[in-house]
Design a protein. Structure first.
Length: 767
């Protein structure tokens, strides 16, 4: 389905069933402009507040309204959806926090999608941070509006404000039972001063109306009926379509080309060179030739007809097989010390038993359903662009840098996004669209094919790891050594990188929570020869796979039940003190005050999943279970995976059980959906998905050779959410890390075959 964007409304997006899917540009946004953008009358009640702790430049201090809430005379509440929706439900969950504190009737709430604006605070939906970073501010916004409505009612009734209580879109005078609707209060409330935070009372969790419950995704109807609007659906007058032929090797560039055959194809109008492939590429284009045409088919056929000779650059010799050998050799030796507790050397010397294992994980593709696409219109040194993004502010900044224009000359619209997993956190495709539009002087929709995305994306990092542990006579772990190496994401943005970052090593290695007296963690540098990027759960995928699998090995070596062994390894409830082990930088140290590493919560999810999964109960022939636990993005997840191995060796996965502690749950339905989808994402990588390179170029091209989970392999996913009123933590990414280790542990329980590398299916077939 295509949707025209006329010249008249080119700066506004489309409406979907009265829920605006469009952009509210917050540049120089005043109350009057907000009313105009939202279609509200001038007398409507509009409030906003400065995000606490957000520093503003001097010229911005006159801006007092953000995180807007508006109520018109009909009682319709308009809430700004500040973050993009990439399928995780941010457009539902985040505004519902405001609506809950506001005591608004959800059926009378309208949403306006925000574009990039730093005054909104963090708009990112990467790093599982959207609700975690904004929960307190969103609650305060709703509660502030509620307080003003209660005060407005008190003024109308000449009553005490303390006797006026908001209740589902009305204010009730508790002594008399009188009621007045929000619409009737809007005009009076609009004239009241905005109270400061100290004057506002937040709800008790027991009074939550939406938080902690299940709300249907606001875009669900349109998504299910095929009427939801994505970037690929958009067109505008005079629009051209472009596709690109990019360097097959990262760091390569066009040496020479012949476009004569391409220009003879009906519908092809121009061929333009975009980018030079110079390293580091960062968020920019890998470089190549863009074919600009009147339609997608002509652009595609034009790309196929181009004859290009490439300068392949420094990564022309990249070979996955050799790279793996190099990484395995590195972890066989010593690395940079990342954590040092006790005396591992002595623990190993005095051990009753030593266990040592090596693990390997290849590159993975995000493989999201929607390939990159962007519609750009560059004219008069100003850019208007529609692009799926996980971070509007980063996209705006990157576009401004690439085009050498001011951010205020960019209007960026944020449509629904058809999957991201970290890929849409990189705006390279938006930059390409903008550069092509500038080059041809016309609106351009840049379309990536599935092959483009598979062969020219940002990849999850490959990794080699070596783990070693000592056991005493009682089967207790006395020493733990972990050496990891992988290409760092940082190298995509800098050529000066020579070591993984502390944040990357802190995703499971340096912040190991187990109660072991002697721990040593090390890392080594491995060069990045493709673009490495954030992928759902990032390095936790690699590290949890190795750690969770290795713990199971230790349990069997100690002749212990893996579940009980895991609880013993976690130890008594305590707060893990990493600084005492010389670990002071691991990415989340700034959040330890609010989100300490709490082994009591870690053990609790293990105990819960043991109970909910029926761990230890007799299973049918060929069935077995494996268990794993991991803390990532501040969330505690324990998983039991059940497998069935048929007589012919084929694998099915009937059930996956999760116990999850993510603090206060905002939308139960969305959290459970995240874990259901996360299981499919994790299994796609674990079972058969891998990205390999030969002569610098990626060998896979589509879903036939980078297999994602097929319907007949999808397990039944059971999710138990722990009751908690602690601050919310991440959800999207913690769904992934425990799947692969619990799966491999289950396979071992069923077959006796220990699998220590991904993808798993080829290893299982070798058994």
């Amino acid at each position: 389905m295509s949707h025209d964007i006329s010249d008249k409304n080119a700066s506004e997006m489309l409406s979907i069933n009265n829920l605006s899917a469009g952009n509210l540009s917050t540049d120089n946004l005043s109350r009057r402009n907000f009313l105009k953008s939202s279609g509200l009358a001038v007398g409507a009640f509009v409030i906003g507040m400065q995000v606490p702790g957000l520093a503003l430049a001097e010229e911005e201090k006159n801006f007092t309204y953000n995180l807007f809430v508006a109520i018109d005379a009909e009682g319709i509440v308009t809430i700004t959806a500040m973050s993009p929706d990439i399928g995780q439900g941010a457009r539902t969950s985040m505004p519902s926090i405001v609506a809950d504190e506001l005591e608004a009737d959800w059926d009378r709430v309208k949403l306006v999608q925000a574009g990039p604006d730093k005054r909104l605070g963090s708009q990112s939906v990467g790093g599982s941070s959207a609700i975690r970073d904004n929960y307190a501010n969103l609650r305060l916004m709703g509660a502030t509006a509620r307080t003003m409505l209660e005060r407005a009612a008190a003024r109308i009734w000449a009553a005490y404000a303390s006797d006026c209580k908001a209740e589902l879109h009305e204010v009730v005078h508790t002594p008399t039972g009188r009621r007045i609707g929000y619409g009737e209060l809007a005009a009076v409330a609009s004239k009241l001063p905005v109270p400061n935070a100290a004057e506002v009372n937040l709800k008790s969790p027991k009074d939550f109306r939406y938080i902690g419950k299940s709300l249907k995704h606001v875009d669900q109807h349109d998504i299910l009926h095929g009427t939801a609007v994505y970037s690929m659906d958009l067109k505008m007058p005079g629009m051209k379509v472009a596709m690109m032929k990019r360097s097959p090797v990262v760091g390569g560039s066009v040496k020479s080309y012949d476009d004569s055959a391409a220009l003879k194809i009906k519908g092809v109008e121009k061929v333009v060179a975009i980018g030079d492939g110079k390293l580091p590429i960062g968020f920019g284009t890998v470089g190549g030739l863009a074919v600009v045409a009147r339609n997608t088919w002509a652009a595609k056929k034009g790309c196929e007809a181009l004859e290009i000779t490439w300068n392949k650059g420094v990564n022309a010799d990249y070979d996955s097989v050799q790279s793996r050998k190099d990484m395995e050799q590195r972890v066989a030796g010593a690395g940079k010390v990342e954590r040092d507790r006790g005396d591992v050397k002595t623990a190993f010397a005095e051990a009753e038993k030593i266990i040592e294992s090596a693990f390997y994980v290849p590159h993975h593709s995000h493989a999201q359903m929607e390939p990159p696409v962007a519609l750009a219109d560059f004219k008069d040194d100003k850019l208007t662009i529609w692009t799926p993004t996980q971070n509007p502010q980063t996209s705006e900044q990157a576009l401004a840098g690439a085009l050498q224009i001011k951010p205020e000359n960019i209007t960026l619209h944020v449509p629904l996004t058809g999957g991201g997993f970290g890929r849409k956190g990189k705006p390279d495709f938006a930059i390409e669209a903008a550069l092509i539009s500038r080059a041809v002087g016309e609106p351009v929709k840049l379309v990536w094919s599935r092959e483009d995305d598979m062969q020219h994306g940002y990849y999850h990092s490959s990794a080699a790891q070596r783990l070693k542990a000592s056991l005493d006579k009682k089967g207790r772990v006395t020493g733990w050594y972990h050496h990891t190496t992988f290409p760092s994401i940082s190298e995509t943005f800098s050529t000066e990188v020579n070591q993984p970052s502390p944040n990357e090593v802190g995703q499971g290695v340096s912040n190991l929570p187990y109660d072991i007296d002697n721990i040593r963690a090390e890392s080594s540098y491995s060069p990045a020869q493709v673009r490495i990027g954030w992928s759902r759960a990032v390095h936790n995928i690699n590290h949890a796979f190795a750690i969770g699998s290795f713990v199971d090995e230790l349990a069997h070596a100690a002749d212990k039940d893996p579940g009980k062994f895991l609880l013993k390894l976690i130890g008594k409830a305590r707060i893990v003190n990493l600084p005492q082990d010389k670990v002071t930088n691991f990415g989340y140290e700034r959040l330890l005050g609010t989100h300490p590493i709490d082994t009591g919560r870690l053990a609790a999810v293990v105990k819960k999943v043991i109970k909910t999964s029926g761990w230890g109960k007799r299973l049918p022939k060929g069935h077995a279970r494996g268990i794993a636990v991991h803390r990532s993005f501040l969330t505690y997840v324990a998983t039991v995976t059940e497998v069935k191995i048929d007589e012919d060796g084929s694998l099915t996965i009937p059930h996956i059980y999760h116990a999850v502690d993510c603090g206060q749950v905002v939308n139960v339905d969305r959290v459970k959906a995240q874990f259901e989808g996360g299981a499919c994402y994790a299994l796609s990588h674990a079972l058969s998905g891998q990205i390999t390179a030969k002569d610098g170029a990626i060998e896979q091209s589509n879903y036939h050779d980078f297999e994602v989970l097929r319907l007949d392999m999808v397990p039944e996913v059971h999710v138990h959410l722990m009751d908690s009123d602690l601050p919310p933590t991440g959800v999207g990414e913690p769904t992934v890390p425990t799947i692969a280790p619990s799966l491999c542990n289950a396979i071992f329980a069923a077959t006796g075959k220990r699998i220590r590398e991904m993808p798993i299916l080829p290893r299982l077939e070798e058994a």
